[in-house]
Design a protein around this ligand. Sequence first.
Ligand code: ADP
Length: 285
Amino acid sequence: PTAHCPLPTAQMTHDWKAIDAAVRVEPGEKSKLKERDTVCDHLFADRDAAEEALKDCAKAINDLQDRLWAERSRSLLVVLQGIDTSGKDGTVRGVFNQCGPLGVSVTAFGKPTEEELAHDYLWRVHAAVPKKGMIGVFNRSHYEDVLVVKVRGLAPSETIEQRYAQINAFEKHLSENGVVILKFMLHISKDEQRERLQERLDRPEKNWKFNAGDLEDRKLWEEYQSAYETLLDRCSTAHAPWRVIPADKKWRRNAMIAAIVHGTLADMAPTYPRVSWKPTDFTVV
Ligand code: ADP
């Protein structure tokens, strides 16, 4: 960074590397999803402090994105995965709310269209990868192709089996071409999901979010957990490791993700391009 533009960093009241280490799935190791806590109240123990940290990080993420855009050579891809009600939308709102729409693109991946199904499953995903200078957020992603597709048997098992290596190769290709990848699984307990689904029935302003299909997926809870465990075991790589975020508490989830996004951007240290002239060379009349 140039001297007059010090890198903006949030007030580091938290140790983001320690938080990151606690939630990262180390490449080559088993994720042991069942043993991972959905609360983790030792990380960001204090709610007020977490909310302050979130605010600071969200602002700093915006400042850093401005530099990323000025630099125009790299991008950041944030993948959000999680079972229904795990808080993917809430994370987008909570963490990127300081970023203007020019700097962040959010793509939600729903059931593939006929056109999308006529291509390979990574086609629509590759097209949505953020261009240089942007932060891109995926609300669901290519991982649905080894989750819902697996659990619901929408493709032959041999086809699905090949996808883990294909996904790793795809993400390696992206990372070698300037895309930094952060993958977050929002990990909630089955009890917490029951409460959140019930809330959608109980509160009129949340009724619209209720989808009877979610109850069908809830019946397949174990199958989904097992499909998640497999992808965490097989697709956490050095170039794109997974983080399993304890997501039963929304404020802690947001604070942790913001801390890791901010820490990653700060490590990327995007810089404003140097100019070949001096501001005093010119006079604005
Ligand atoms: P959300 O539940 O994320 O708020 P939607 O109600 O549009 O949004 O749900 C998206 C649905 O699309 C989910 O049920 C998800 O499983 C499904 N979906 C996403 N990707 C695929 C895919 N590749 N194949 C089949 N279904 C998919």
